[in-house]
Design a protein around this ligand. Structure first.
Ligand code: HEC
Length: 323
């Protein structure tokens, strides 16, 4: 067998055997310092040198250049850990290619030797190779263009539903609540007349104001860290969360929700959100673990009182719309 061909077969076959057979052994789950991937890489390099020196193969310059370049590629592509980003990979490979070229062109002799097979393919007596390459080349370019132009269909971006449909019922502190028609027990005025007045000035609304004040205490003990002391979602911890804590001043949050919805949200928090509200995990804690049922209702009452919003109710007019 031609020595150059033998060298090529041994190198490629060796790489396959090393990569499939030995590489997994050197990359165990626990990172050891003897059996690591760099030792493996050195072993493979030794193997290459060893077969060439041992069998006196003396591969031609072009093949040697291919080995040097290929070893660099293999290192950055598979060995180096953790993997580098592709921009860095290209930078490294550019430098490695320049290095390989310097190695080839170290003197005119080696350079001529390197060029010889290429020249022979283009104009010399490697006729078969010439035919194969010049037929395959346009096809390769065509295929590359096709791949590049073919439209890619990407997965649709998952949009997080900020206000998912609530469940029909929710169980808080061992009691089942049907959310439909559920009202805040501390909203004492059936007609809800205080929405337009200043209840804190109104002597008649004392009972209501007592609940609001208690709710405020609960809010400032538990919620303002995230939702802010002005209920604008800018609490001192708010900046580290994604999604950010709800801004209750904003007309897009509690102003368009029912109190029963809030009751469910405050009780169950982020962990209680249905799948459509992922992928971001909400930092909102499930307050049923820390607050009593009535405390949850009171803090909700406070949020509406403070912001001046009026909750959506179950009367015919507003329940026609959707949550
Ligand atoms: C650790 C931070 C944190 C704390 C403390 C916290 N929340 Fe939240 N809350 C969030 C985040 C983040 C969201 C937005 C994501 C979501 O909807 O779950 C949120 C959302 C909400 C919503 C939903 C608003 C809407 O528009 O759907 C309500 C209601 C709410 N919080 C009430 C409270 C109450 C009441 C308390 C105190 C008892 C509280 N939160 C304490 C982080 C917090």
């Amino acid at each position: 067998m031609n020595k150059g061909l033998l060298s090529f077969v041994l190198a490629v076959g060796g790489l396959a055997a090393f990569h499939i057979g030995l590489f997994p052994v050197f990359t165990p789950k626990e990172i050891g310092w003897v059996f690591n991937r760099y030792v493996y890489y050195l072993l493979f390099a030794f193997y290459l040198v060893f077969i060439h020196v041992g069998l006196r193969l003396k591969p031609p310059m072009a093949l040697r250049a291919l080995y040097v370049w290929g070893m660099g590629f293999y290192f950055y592509e598979s060995i180096l850990y953790p993997p580098v980003p592709w921009t860095l990979f290209i930078t490294y490979m550019t430098m490695w290619s320049i290095g390989t070229f310097l190695y080839i062109s170290q003197d005119p002799l080696t350079f001529r030797e390197f060029r010889a097979p290429i020249v022979k393919v283009i104009v010399g007596d490697y006729k078969l190779a010439r035919m194969v390459i010049f037929v395959a080349l346009p096809f390769l370019v065509g295929f590359g263009t096709y791949k590049a132009l073919y439209p890619h269909f990407e997965e649709p971006v998952e949009l997080r539903t900020v206000h998912p449909a609530p469940p029909a019922t929710t169980r808080v502190h061992g009691k089942n609540y049907t959310l439909e028609g559920l009202n805040n027990p501390f909203r004492t005025d059936e007609q809800d007349n205080y929405k337009d007045s200043f209840p804190f000035l109104d002597a008649d609304k004392q009972e209501y104001m007592k609940s609001v004040t208690e709710g405020g205490t609960i809010f400032f003990q538990n919620c303002h860290f995230c939702h802010g002391d002005q209920l604008n979602g800018l609490g001192m911890f708010s900046h580290v969360f994604n999604p950010t804590p709800a801004n209750f001043i904003d007309p897009g949050t509690i102003a368009m929700l029912r109190e029963s919805f809030l009751f469910w949200r405050v009780s169950k928090g982020g962990p209680g959100l249905p799948n459509e509200s992922t992928p971001w995990s909400s930092a909102m804690p499930p307050w049923e673990e820390h607050l009593k049922t009535e405390e949850i209702w009171k803090v909700i009452l406070f949020e509406y009182w403070y912001t001046g919003w009026h909750p959506r109710t179950f009367d015919t007019e507003s329940s026609a719309g959707k949550e």
